[in-house]
Design a protein around this ligand. Structure first.
Ligand code: ADP
Length: 498
């Protein structure tokens, strides 16, 4: 099978979020499973700083955008440590910019035009490169038009009629909505601009377009796939998602254990495995306390958070809980992140008031993120919603017990500690079922009580560390889905010829 992944970002070429991690890692795993895979993305300025060699090709094309014709070309590279080809759609006016989608908090004004061009270029590239594609895997709104072109303009046209399309939704909160006149840029007939297809409250909605026209849809966890079929997490698209629920499913993102594993991690003070966590974790904890300027006490739980300081991540609960944490219960808190200015202010104030108990780092530091995963005892992730989440998966691997809100990927990947799950050895963390400071406080107190029972705590850490959330597992699930939709597409093509 040949899978072409179309994406607006992929590690190591360009990244703003988890989408880039998925698109950098999944193709390599699919290749290992024996599939042919290619990746196609825009040739942003950033790709030249990836460390991978980028080659020119002689492929050029002209694309109709509204009433003008825009020319572009393709560059080529490979994903690191693999032979997976990566094609870059070059069009310097659109893509040779300082950022990917927005600068200084403002979206680029021509985002619809840029990604209409990209989607059409992907379709062109298939023919110009002579790719025999079975499945086109689109990701999020920037690629939402690709399934639409396949089902409309290119329906019944070889080599496109054989291609099945999959759309993966990484975060439904970002939908690519533009004013209705941008319909002209797409070149698609106005008849598709209706509330069943491309229109959403008078606007053009590219995520909705992808959802409507793709042969199948996935999200990055089974639970999120359920949640987006109703309000509020459906973000207004719950109806259209419900109407496609027979082809909607969830596949959890994988972790790159070459990078996020305490037994090989070069950023941390002491490497450790499930067998040596008893010595490794305390060494990493002491080093982290020193780095953060916290008292180096061993038997006080060190509780932390890493991530975007955004409402989505449940920062209001974290701040509320720390604020009311009883002085009688010794605990230390460490927070690493950047984001909303009001959280910067609040956290800075909290740390200044209680420097012996609270450490805050308002920066993006990959090394410190690794050191925190290794040195913390507990990880707070009470996200309001979480399509998949990576930090809880990293935490599990590092013996850092996650305390999460039971939503999306957090519900799917963390097993709540109860008397039963602790007894049968399946518990890996703590879940809150009610989005409130009280619930988070209660769960964290429960975790602290268990922390002071060393053998039970050790068992909890070890169970988490032994979980397998590798890409190999997720890639196998994607592969079987590709097989299914490709087979269905072939049948439909044969059927339509009769
Ligand atoms: P999201 O993609 O919604 O931001 P995830 O948990 O899926 O959340 O992934 C966040 C990723 O970004 C993790 O790899 C996390 O370690 C990293 N990260 C976020 N903020 C920071 C920061 N301030 N410093 C270092 N790494 C960070």
């Amino acid at each position: 099978m040949h899978i072409l992944m179309a994406t607006s970002e992929a590690v190591p070429f360009a990244k703003t979020g988890g989408l880039a991690d998925v698109c950098g890692a999944l193709p390599v795993e699919l290749r290992r499973l024996g599939h042919q895979v290619s990746l196609i993305m825009p040739a942003y300025r950033h790709i030249h700083a990836s460390g991978q060699r980028i080659h020119p090709t002689d492929v050029r094309f002209s694309i109709p955008i509204g009433n003008k014709t825009v020319t572009g070309g393709l560059l080529q590279s490979t994903l690191p440590d693999s032979d997976v080809p990566v094609y870059f759609v070059s069009q310097d006016e659109y893509f040779d910019r300082a950022e990917l989608y927005r600068e200084d908090g403002v979206d680029y004004i021509d985002n619809s035009e840029r990604f209409v061009f990209f989607c059409r270029a992907v379709i062109e590239a298939i023919e110009l490169l002579d790719l025999e594609v079975d499945v086109l895997h689109a990701n999020d709104w920037p690629t939402g038009l690709i399934p639409a072109y396949l089902k409309t303009e290119y329906a019944g046209v070889p080599p496109y009629e054989q291609i099945a399309s999959l759309l993966t939704i990484h975060n439904l909160a970002y939908q690519g909505q533009f004013w209705h006149w941008d319909m002209l840029l797409t070149g698609l007939d106005w008849k598709y601009f209706n509330w069943h297809q491309m229109e959403f409250y008078g606007n053009l909605n590219l995520m909705k377009t992808g959802i409507v026209f793709a042969d199948a849809i996935t999200t990055v966890s089974p639970q999120y796939a359920e949640e987006i079929q109703s309000a509020p997490l459906g973000c207004g698209l719950e109806g259209v998602l419900q109407s496609r629920r027979d082809v909607l499913s969830g596949v959890i993102n994988g972790v790159d254990y070459r990078v996020w594993d305490p037994s090989v991690d070069s950023h941390i003070a002491a490497q450790f495995s499930p067998e040596t966590v008893g010595e490794g974790k305390p060494a990493c904890k002491t080093a982290l306390q020193q780095t953060l300027g916290l008292p180096t006490v061993a038997d006080v739980p060190l509780i932390g958070f890493i991530g975007r300081l955004a409402d989505q991540k449940g920062l209001d609960l974290i701040v509320g809980m720390i604020h009311h944490w009883p002085a009688s219960q010794p605990a230390q808190f460490a927070l690493l992140g950047t984001g909303d200015p009001h959280y910067h202010e609040t956290l800075t104030r909290l740390a200044a008031e209680q420097p012996e108990r609270i450490a805050v780092r308002l920066e993006f530091s990959n090394a410190l993120a690794h050191q925190m995963e290794a040195g913390l005892d507990m990880f707070l992730m009470p996200s309001r919603y979480e399509p998949c989440g990576l930090n809880q998966l990293y935490s599990l691997r590092y013996g850092t017990v996650p305390i999460v809100h039971a939503t999306g990927g957090l519900l799917d990947t963390v097993t709540n500690s109860t008397e039963e799950t602790l007894a049968d050895g399946t518990a890996t963390g703590f879940q809150i079922f009610d989005y409130s400071v009280n619930a988070l406080d209660e769960a964290t107190q429960r975790a602290c009580a268990l922390y002071h029972q060393p053998s039970r705590w050790r068992a909890l850490m070890e169970t988490g560390m032994k979980q397998d959330w590798s890409w190999a597992r997720s890639a196998a699930q994607y592969a079987s889905l590709y097989e299914r939709i490709a087979a269905r597409r072939r049948q439909q093509t044969i059927g339509s010829r009769r």
